[in-house]
Each structure stands twice: as structure tokens, then as C-alpha cells.
Ligand binder design. Structure first.
Ligand code: CA
Length: 513
């Protein structure tokens, strides 16, 4: 029986790869991957945001597919990027946390697309320390990059570009589409924004948005971290307590050196827009600085507005690129993807930042438009991941997926084909423990549609959540006897996943080749 079905599978696989090769020979679609840094799904109107509108990202969702539970393997900037390039978990690509250095000699999907005849380009935030490999064209921000007058690293050296980083990054990408690429070949363009990463510096067009408004607070802004592990209490990412007045909150005394340095990077018009936008609120703050709960509320309003202002520029620039595709006859043959390196806390649990396996940072937005293939306005609720992106792009291009990749192609879902066998659980592992930014304890865990089991292994403490009864993850049921069977099942799944993905250590190890 087993041999027969294996044989049938192999026969079917051979047939389907023949079919995809035939497709590829005639038509390899372009792939435009637009990627933000720290863009929470809660801040996209297609995902039901109660605080902002993102009409251009919504265009992609409305004309394509919205994935409602796209999760990440390791919720932090650099590691997520390494997972996307390699289709492998951090312990297999060697990039564990933001202190890691990416080994660019390893296999990545852009290299495979390049070998398959694609023109490849990478523009914007890279965050992997070493130079990009596998790209015909690249221009990247060093480290986190600057919001104004950004410096770009290029193969020819560094260049400074005047203006606001989200606009400038898009300008560079459009310039490559217009004049830089070989128009006879299909393209892969990775257009990766710095925004809306901390310190949430808005562009001149949107710096005054939301002035005078009070935006809704999340239900858990005043989380007291009871009924959970010590990890949540110990983290230093609370909106009320752990924000820097000048960098994060844009409250600066007259003549403050930090502010002067920022203003020097701006044009006179940009400076003027900033000073006018913040003046009234800052004057009031200086006269009577809030304390206690009022301080948390004030900080929340200030940072959420700046964060959403940054996203407004990202959304405008998504629109510019979509318009370019329309105006140049490229839209029909280009797969457009919008995603982020992870989610983000918009005050939930009293936090900003990411890192946790809790939903707000575990999930990331993913919307995909593929005219003529993806049913417009479709929604996929199954658990997909950034671990699947490389496999998906290769599959779309008709390129074989290497066996060492650990995710699965989303192409059948995009095509609306039946997918009988799909993951029912997912493994997560975060490695950047204290002492490090925000002091979030290292943890690994397993998630299913309904439950989540998390092990903070340096603390040897566990948490378990029932997302149906407790979607905000406020009450761990790890020690609740009514959940004993569920817990045993999750522990079993966790052990199986660690074996399947070959997790042999909880400490970073050198890359094995
Ligand atoms: Ca990030």
C-alpha cells in the first residue's frame, strides 16, 4: 500500500514538475516583494485596523489573497530576513539574533531565481551585515538606516540620498524597473522599507496626521502580567516606562543636541513641517508632564500616531509602485506580495516592539496579488509562515525547491487548489535573551489553530494559552488540570517538531555546511 502510494506520488510529482517547467518556459511571472519592517497586521485596514487606513495595501488584498495567520519562526528583524532568503529556520541558516552575521555563501532563493533566468534586485533595508549575494542590482541601508538623508551601501560604495527614506527607497526601485533591468528577462524585486521601525520618524507629508485626535487604546494596555510566567513582567518594552523621550516620543527641550542632529538631516521645509506638527503638544507636555497612567496614555498616543504616520508613507509608496506596474503593462504578469519581517505591539500587553510568541508579534501581514491566478478578495486562514516564502517564489517561477528548505510552497493555495495535507502545528524559537534589547527571555514553543505552548527555557517556566477562550493571551492554563490532555498533546507535538526540524541545541551554533 505504502509503496504504491509513494510511487503514485512520485509519478504525480514528475507530471506536475513537467507541467510547471512547460509553464516556466513560456511565462515566468515577475515577482515584486514589498516588505516593511515591524508593520503590525493591526495597522492595515484590510485586516480590520481600528486606527488607520491603508488603501494601497488594501488594493493588493482586495485584488488578491489575504493570509490571516501568517506566522514567523523567530520574531525579530535580521533573523526573519534570513529565514525568508533561505527557507530555513535560524538554527539552519546560522542567523539567530540581530547580533548575527549572515553567511552569504549559502543557498538562497534569489540565487536560484537568478540561475533560472531572473533579473534580481534588492533595494532598502537589508540588516544582515554582509553584502547581499544573488542580486544583479543592490542598494541597501547600512544597519537600521536613517529616516532622513539615508545612506545607501552599493557595490560601488556609499551614497547619501536627500529626502525621506520610504520615498527614496521607492524612487530607487522604480528607477531600476525603468532603466536598470534587462527587460527581456522576468524580474525579482525585493523592495524593503525601513519604516515603520523604531524610532518612527514620520515623513514630511504625514507628520501632522492625527493631530488633535485621540486614537483607540488596545484592551490590554494596562496588562498587569499576572497568571503568566515571569518573562512578561521582566521585559523592558512597556509604553509607559521604557520609551526614550527624544528619540521615541519626539519631546525635545529647546536646542537639544539629539534634535539638532536630526534636523540637520532634513531640508528646511522638512524641519518646518516637523516643528509645526509637534509644537502644541510638546509645549503642553513641558509645562505639565503626565505621570502614572496618564503618562502611559500620553506615550501611547504619541508613539502610535508616529508609527501610523510612517505607515501612511509606506502605503503611499505601495500605491506609486502599483501605479507604475499598471502604467507600464506589468501588472498582469507580476506577482505582488506585501509583508513584514514580523508583527508588532501597538500597546497590547502595555508594549511596543516584538520578539514574543504571543499573537501580535508571532503573526505578520501577508497579502498576495497574482492577476488571473489568485481569486480577488480571497482569504486563507490556515497557518502559513515566512518559512514558506522562498519555496513559494521558486514554485511560482517553476524552479525546483531544494530538499534542505523547511517550509512549503503556498502556490497551490494561491491557485485555489485543494491542499489536503497542511501543517496543523508550527514551531517557534526566539534566541535574543537578556541582557539584550528589551530583555525578553529566550523561548521556544508550538502553536496550533487554537492552542499555544511556550517554554522560557532560561527561566524553566512554561505558559499555555487557549486562544478561543483567551484570544488576548492573558491567562496561562499550563497548570489547569482541565487542560491536561491538551497539554500532553502539545508537548508531544513540540517534541516531534523539534525532531522534524532537527533542533539539536537551544544555543546558537556555527553554520553547518
Ligand atoms: Ca523588524
Amino acid at each position: 500500500m505504502r509503496i504504491t502510494s509513494l510511487f503514485a506520488y512520485a509519478f504525480f510529482a514528475a507530471l506536475s514538475s513537467f507541467a510547471s517547467l512547460a509553464d516556466a518556459a513560456t511565462e515566468q511571472p515577475n515577482i515584486l516583494f514589498i516588505f516593511a519592517d515591524d508593520h503590525a497586521y493591526q495597522a492595515i485596514s484590510a485586516y480590520g485596523s481600528n486606527r488607520n487606513q491603508t488603501p494601497n495595501i488594501d488594493r493588493i488584498a482586495n485584488q488578491g489573497m489575504r493570509f490571516d495567520r501568517c506566522v514567523v519562526t523567530n520574531s525579530i528583524c535580521g533573523p526573519s530576513r534570513a529565514v525568508i532568503l533561505t527557507g530555513k529556520y535560524s538554527h539552519k541558516n546560522g542567523f539567530y539574533d540581530n547580533r548575527s552575521v549572515f553567511d552569504g555563501t549559502q543557498m538562497t532563493f534569489p540565487k536560484l531565481l537568478q540561475q533560472a533566468g531572473y533579473q534580481t534586485a534588492m533595494v532598502g533595508k537589508w540588516h544582515l551585515r554582509t553584502d547581499p549575494t544573488g542580486f544583479d542590482f543592490w542598494e541597501v541601508l547600512p544597519g537600521q538606516g536613517r529616516y532622513y538623508s539615508p545612506v545607501f551601501r552599493t557595490p560601488e560604495g556609499r551614497v547619501v540620498k536627500k529626502g525621506y527614506v520610504t520615498d527614496v527607497t521607492t524612487d530607487t526601485a522604480l528607477e531600476w524597473l525603468e532603466n536598470g533591468r534587462d527587460q527581456q528577462k522576468p524580474f525579482l524585486l525585493m523592495l524593503q522599507h525601513k519604516a515603520p521601525h523604531r524610532e518612527w520618524a514620520p515623513g514630511p507629508d504625514h507628520v501632522a496626521d492625527y493631530n488633535g485626535e485621540t486614537l483607540p487604546e488596545p484592551e490590554t494596555l494596562f496588562d498587569d502580567y499576572r497568571n503568566r510566567s515571569d518573562a512578561a513582567k521582566d521585559a523592558t518594552m512597556r509604553v509607559g516606562d521604557h520609551m526614550r523621550p527624544m528619540e521615541d516620543l519626539k519631546v525635545w527641550p529647546e536646542g537639544a543636541k539629539y534634535a539638532e542632529r536630526q534636523f540637520k538631516l532634513m531640508s528646511p521645509e522638512e524641519q518646518q513641517a516637523w516643528k509645526a506638527a509637534y509644537k502644541e503638544e510638546n509645549d503642553a507636555y513641558m509645562q505639565d508632564p503626565p505621570t502614572g497612567e496618564a503618562k502611559t496614555r500620553w506615550n501611547y498616543q504619541r508613539y502610535i500616531k508616529d508609527y501610523l504616520r510612517c505607515i501612511a508613507s509606506v502605503d503611499d509608496n505601495v500605491g506609486r509602485v502599483l501605479d507604475y506596474l499598471d502604467e507600464h503593462g506589468l501588472a498582469d504578469n507580476t506577482v505582488v506580495v506585501y509583508s513584514s519581517d514580523q508583527g508588532f505591539y501597538l500597546g497590547e500587553h502595555g508594549w511596543y516592539d516584538k520578539r514574543w510568541m504571543y499573537e501580535e508579534s508571532f503573526r505578520t501581514p501577508l497579502v498576495v496579488r497574482w492577476p488571473g491566478v489568485v481569486q480577488p478578495g480571497s482569504v486563507e486562514k490556515r497557518m502559513v509562515s515566512n518559512l514558506d516564502f522562498a519555496e513559494t517564489f521558486l514554485d511560482i517561477a517553476g524552479v525546483d525547491i531544494p530538499a534542505e528548505m523547511q517550509g512549503a510552497s503556498l502556490e497551490p493555495m494561491l491557485r485555489g487548489q485543494p491542499v489536503d495535507q497542511w501543517r496543523d502545528s508550527f514551531y517557534y524559537h526566539y534566541y535574543e535573551g537578556p541582557p539584550a534589547s528589551h530583555d525578553v527571555a529566550r523561548h521556544y514553543g508550538v502553536a496550533t489553530d487554537r492552542y499555544k505552548l511556550i517554554h522560557y527555557y532560561d527561566l524553566d517556566q512554561w505558559e499555555m494559552f487557549d486562544l478561543e477562550d483567551d484570544p488576548n493571551e492573558m491567562m496561562s492554563v499550563f497548570n489547569d488540570p482541565t487542560y491536561a490532555d491538551v497539554r500532553a498533546e502539545l508537548e508531544q507535538k513540540l517534541a516531534e517538531l523539534r525532531q522534524q526540524f532537527e533542533v539539536t541545541s537551544d544555543e546558537p551554533e556555527p553554520l553547518k555546511k
